[in-house]
Design a protein around this ligand. Structure first.
Ligand code: AMP
Length: 298
């Protein structure tokens, strides 16, 4: 594996691989790898000749009072993990490399970014789409792997790639959970033991939603109320609970087709997000919680 810090170097390596007839798989991240990140690297490794993983804690996607300065970082451990997953190129640009000048050009995806996380983080998705557009532009034709953990981000990036004709196939990968059901996140590092126990209530609340839908509940308002009540039983005060159409996050009057129940919740200094998707056809409901791993983040 080669660690690359320069944009021109990364661009060259991707072009060389394609000229030799190879395909490129891209895994954009902010580092502090866990099994969720590693699952994306494995998916890319399984399908491509050159696997590129990027680590960049992107200042543009953090709000003024958010956790940019304290965001967990461990480049030595990340390098070892990426190497173990068979990554070919680990791209670790500095902020000056990515933003040599103050950014006056940004990418904004309308509508899809207004609700859910966009409501409390109004500048977040512009930061995400701007940096991802830069990475797509640098790497060139490739398949890019994103986790369903950040469900809204996946939908937003997919739409951006289509709207701007990037030669990039955006692939959504399963959400990876701890044995107890907590979605793996670099931000779980912020949780105390007590907070981690409370955080397990997020999965319990989503399971309650899935059970209700399985039992025939089709009213989004009732599902939201149920998740909020279940969360409160675990000491959780959700920032939002939303029940949306999965494809485009449109609000729905009744549950039908593919839907997502998405939540955000502050716990201590962390803000955690999670979701479950469900395919509803008449009385038939299939639920996708992602996968449970044996590995813990602690
Ligand atoms: P991050 O480093 O948190 O920006 O995440 C980088 C990529 O890893 C994004 O595509 C995330 O959706 C994905 N990811 C983060 N956590 C998980 C998880 N628990 N399961 C699957 N993918 C994840």
């Amino acid at each position: 594996m080669i660690v690359v810090e320069r944009i021109a170097d990364l661009r060259d390596r991707c072009e060389t691989a394609r000229r030799a007839g190879g395909t490129v798989g891209l895994v954009p991240t902010m580092g502090y790898f866990h099994e969720g990140h590693r699952s994306l690297m494995r998916a890319a490794r399984g399908s491509h000749d050159l696997v590129v993983t990027t680590i960049f804690v992107n200042p543009l996607q953090f709000g003024a009072n958010e956790d940019l300065a304290g965001y967990p970082r461990d480049l030595a451990a990340d390098t070892a993990a990426a190497e173990a997953e068979g990554v070919d190129v680990l791209f670790v640009p500095s902020v000056a490399e990515m933003y040599p000048e103050p950014t006056v050009t940004t990418v904004h995806v309308a509508d899809l970014t207004g609700g859910l996380c966009g409501a409390a983080r109004p500048t977040h998705f512009d930061g995400v789409t701007t940096v991802v557009a830069k990475l797509f532009s640098i790497v060139g034709p490739c398949a890019a792997y994103f986790g369903r953990k950040d469900y809204q981000q996946l939908v937003v990036v997919q739409r951006m790639a289509v709207d701007l004709n990037f030669p990039v196939e955006v692939i959504g990968c399963p959400l990876v959970r701890e044995p107890g059901g907590l979605a793996l996140s670099s931000r779980n590092a912020y949780l105390s033991t007590e907070e981690r126990e409370r955080a397990a209530g997020i999965f319990t609340s989503l399971r309650a939603a899935a059970a209700a839908v399985g039992g025939g509940e089709r009213d989004p308002t009732n599902i939201r109320a149920l998740v909020e009540t279940e969360g409160a039983r675990h000491g959780l005060d959700f920032e939002y609970v939303e029940v949306r159409r999965a494809a485009d996050l449109a609000p729905i009057g009744s549950l039908d087709g593919e839907i997502v129940v998405a939540v955000a919740v502050p716990i201590g200094t962390a803000r955690l997000i999670d979701n479950v998707t469900m395919q509803i056809v008449g009385a038939e409901v299939s639920v996708d919680f992602g996968v449970i791993t044996q590995e813990s983040t602690s």
